[in-house]
Design a protein around this ligand. Structure first.
Ligand SMILES: Nc1ncnc2c1ncn2[C@@H]1O[C@H](COP(=O)(O)OP(=O)(O)OP(=O)(O)O)[C@@H](O)[C@H]1O
Length: 529
């Protein structure tokens, strides 16, 4: 994953791994010393003969707990840093793809796929590294004390730490409950949950809720069945792996003679337990790998972070723009939504855009604002160093109202707007009654506002810091004719000398504009003054 495993991250991972190795080593030391002490105590020696062992047991027990705590802190610290970075990239990647509203499947996948990376690091990469180091050291140590015991331990570790995880991995990748089938079904469940939540009112109004619920429940049950099968496979493999250390301990106890037998057997048991979780981790690897692949693909679209301070204000000064043969073709659309459009927008021009529904009016505004995929022609006039949104923007057809305060919906997190400026924007949009209620929450997508108030809030957002080219897509939709006239008049006054391009279906608006252009099937068919 590009740039994710920086030297700093790798160093932190290695540090967490080192602490994990020390924790396991302390655990093995604790078990070995305690067993030796118990065996030795059976001979009833003077207490002084056990003093060192007693001190060592205490020291190992304290060290194990202490280092385990530090290891958890270090491991989670590095993983949470990686996840924070990855999440930012994934969302930047989604934005760069131009998915204005990614579906429930895409959103839930970004969340769960990022969590899968956590699983990969914390449950697979770190434990596998730790198991390899601890296993090799233990085989060498036990082998030095008794070669046959060393060989049995090595065999047991290979079975529990390599063969059974490999088997779990293969089983999880094939068969009806494969990771891919689970991921697909989980995506379907996420999508239907989002649809149910967002469309509940319509589904109830049309009496379609029972059918939609039945379909969503069937999908959930299918997912539960697949997950149960997959859990059974991983449970069997993990169970088998858990039996191996016990078998190894038994074999060592039988093979080794004398007082070393219990010590080596229990050490083998403890070391064996270090590799047991690998089987479960490996059974999830198919799913985790698929998730990591998807998130890598999304994050690859993210632009490199520039490190520069974000620009927060609109471009100061007039900007004339000119569209030359602009063609827009949406990725999944059939024919061109805009087809070879020429339009001159000298500074201060007021242009009304009319046309039938679906003709391409909103797409024209999006092309001017640099939001639409322009596949042919060009838009000239963007000043050097200006971001497209600084030059042209306003009220778009797909504008979103955030489940936040009036203030946040106006500033969208940009700093430096005083309450007086916010109040003036609200007044200019005909929503003066909210000037004293800037901290009121407006509900999800403006659900606590009327349709007309929601529209005026979007207009106020556009008028707070208007760019040189103000784009308004039916800004007075939802208002009665008298209110629409009044709001448009004050909004145009607030726009001052700026260029205004406005989509409207209202004949009454046209007299306020220098030019009226008609869009028909993606083409500008007529212009009039
Ligand atoms: N994101 C998109 N992906 C694919 N096709 C799209 C997208 N947005 C718009 N279209 C298509 O482009 C064409 C023009 O749509 P546009 O929204 O510009 O029309 P409009 O004139 O603004 O319509 P209305 O008056 O109904 O808002 C339509 O055929 C529409 O289906």
């Amino acid at each position: 994953m590009r740039g994710l495993l920086t030297p700093g991250v790798v160093a932190r991972l290695l540090f967490a791994g080192l602490l994990a190795v020390l924790t396991e080593a302390a655990g093995v030391g604790l078990v070995g010393t305690a067993t030796w002490m118990i065996v030795r105590a059976a001979d009833q020696p003077p207490l002084a003969a056990l003093a060192v062992a007693i001190a060592a047991v205490r020291a190992f027990a304290l060290l194990k707990g202490g280092i385990r705590y530090a290891e958890r802190l270090a491991g989670h610290d590095v993983v949470l840093r990686v996840l924070a970075d990855l999440r930012a990239r994934a969302f930047a990647g989604l934005t760069a793809r131009g998915d204005a509203a990614p579906g429930g499947d895409a959103l839930s996948r970004v969340v769960s796929d990022v969590d899968a990376v956590q699983d990969l690091l914390l449950r697979a990469v770190l434990p596998a590294g730790v198991a390899a180091v601890v296993g090799l050291a233990a085989v060498a140590g036990v082998g030095a004390a008794d070669p046959r015991a060393g060989a049995v331990l090595a065999g047991g570790l290979l079975i529990a730490g390599v063969l059974l995880p490999a088997l779990g991995n293969v089983l999880a990748r094939t068969g009806p409950a494969s990771a891919a089938a689970i991921a697909r079904t989980r995506g379907e469940v996420a999508q239907s949950t989002v649809d149910l939540a967002h469309g509940a009112a319509e589904l109830i109004a049309f009496g379609a809720m029972p059918a939609a619920l039945a379909e969503a429940s069937a999908r959930s049950r299918r997912l539960a069945r697949l997950e149960a099968r997959s859990a059974a496979v991983s449970g069997l493999v993990t169970g088998a792996a858990a039996l191996v250390p016990a078998g190894v301990a038994l074999a060592v106890a039988v093979l080794v003679q004398g007082s070393a037998a219990p010590v080596l057997a229990l050490v083998a048991l403890t070391v064996g337990e270090v590799v047991v979780p690998l089987a479960a981790a490996a059974a999830r690897q198919g799913e985790v790998r698929a998730a990591v692949g998807r998130i890598r693909e999304i994050a690859a679209d993210a632009p490199e972070p520039s490190g520069a301070q974000p620009v927060q204000r609109a471009w100061a000064g007039a900007v004339p723009l000119r569209l030359h043969g602009v063609t827009v073709r949406y990725p999944h659309g059939g024919r061109a939504a805009l087809d070879g459009v020429d339009l001159d927008l000298p500074a201060g021009r007021r242009v009304a855009v009319v046309g039938a529904s679906g003709a391409g009016k909103s797409t024209l505004l999006d092309a001017i604002a640099g939001r639409a995929p322009v596949t042919g022609g060009r838009v000239d006039g963007l000043p050097e160093g200006a971001e497209p949104w600084q030059v042209a923007g306003g009220v778009f057809a797909d504008a979103h109202v955030f489940h936040d305060t009036v203030r946040e919906n106006l500033t969208l997190g940009r700093d430096g707007f005083g309450d007086d400026e916010l109040g003036a924007a609200l007044e200019a949009a005909g929503l003066g009654e909210y000037a004293g209620r800037l901290d009121d929450i407006v509900g999800e997508d403006g659900g606590r506002l009327s349709g007309g108030q929601r529209q005026r809030l979007l207009l106020a957002r556009a008028l707070l810091d208007p760019p040189p080219i103000l784009l308004l897509d039916e800004p007075t939709e939802g208002l009665d004719p008298a209110a629409a006239d009044a709001v448009l008049a004050t909004a145009l006054r607030a726009a001052g000398e700026r260029t205004v391009v406005m989509v409207t279906h209202r004949q009454a608006d046209l007299k306020l504009f220098d030019e009226v252009v008609t869009v028909d099937d993606g083409r500008l068919t007529a212009t009039g003054g």
